[in-house]
Design a protein around this ligand. Structure first.
Ligand code: SF4
Ligand code: SF4
Length: 242
């Protein structure tokens, strides 16, 4: 996002709308820190700038990644997916898609970044590299997957590593037996990254209604009182055969 200084009155109305604190006062001017700005357009859409001084140039790669992941209306034009949003709907539609319908495999949705923090792709790569030995496959319909140059090693294109996004999502499948190792890898890499990340675990219950993944997570000291859970009741029309 840029400011047209011939028009800007330095009123500061746009400052509180920035979710990453990229807009601030510098002397008697209001400026946007281009390194921190994630091109989300919230300032442009919400501040009602009295002089229409805010504007966004047509963004090229790699900067266009910022908008694609951070602007709710930003399209992933940098990939052949072209859709809106940061991930897929897989997590919420598992009843129907059956990505995970046995207890042998688990799916995960790991989301680096949050409002006020954001995440650089270099940190997303650190997380992907930490779990690389355990990932069976990444969701190929996910825009973060599309930015990887080596999914087996969790590597991203070097030219995009400094790009900052509000958040993005790594969606992948792993063998249930590796869940404990993956949780351990998250704990370790969490000390190295300059952002926060949430971990979504998508696991099926067995015929008795027990969820083996839950026991593994509890064993690592994470109680379900600290997490939020969603239970799919199998009410959708399945597209798979169990
Ligand atoms: S709202 Fe507009 S005029 Fe006011 S500081 Fe922001 S860009 Fe400048
Ligand atoms: S586009 Fe978003 S991140 Fe950039 S200055 Fe505006 S509100 Fe902040």
């Amino acid at each position: 996002m840029k400011i047209e200084y011939e028009k800007c009155k330095a009123c500061g109305l746009c400052i509180p709308f920035c979710p990453v604190g990229a807009i601030g006062k510098e002397g008697d001017r209001v400026v946007i820190d281009q390194e921190e700005c994630v091109e989300c357009c919230l300032c442009l859409r919400n501040s009602k700038c009295p002089t229409e001084a805010l504007y966004q140039e047509a963004l090229q790669m790699p900067r266009s990644i910022r908008k694609a992941f951070s602007d709710p209306l930003g399209k992933h034009e940098n990939t052949d997916l072209g859709h809106l949003g940061r991930g897929t709907e897989e997590v919420k539609t598992n009843d129907v898609t059956g990505l995970v319908h046995g207890t042998e495999y688990i799916a995960m949705a790991v989301e680096p970044g949050r409002p006020l923090v954001g995440a650089r792709i270099s940190d997303v790569e650190k997380i992907a590299m930490a779990i690389a030995p355990y990932v069976v496959s990444y969701d190929q319909n996910n825009p973060t997957t599309k930015l990887m140059i080596d999914q087996k090693k969790g590597l991203f294109e070097p030219s995009i590593k400094n790009e900052k996004v509000l958040s993005c999502i790594l969606e992948f499948k792993l063998a249930a037996k590796d869940l404990n190792s993956v949780m351990k890898a998250f704990e370790e890499v969490g000390k190295e990254v300059d952002t926060v990340f949430s971990v979504g675990v998508i696991a099926a219950t067995d015929e008795q209604g027990n969820c083996p993944a839950e026991a593994v997570i509890r064993k690592r000291g994470i109680t379900f009182l600290e997490t939020s859970t969603k239970v799919n009741m199998g009410l959708g029309k399945p597209l798979f055969t169990a």
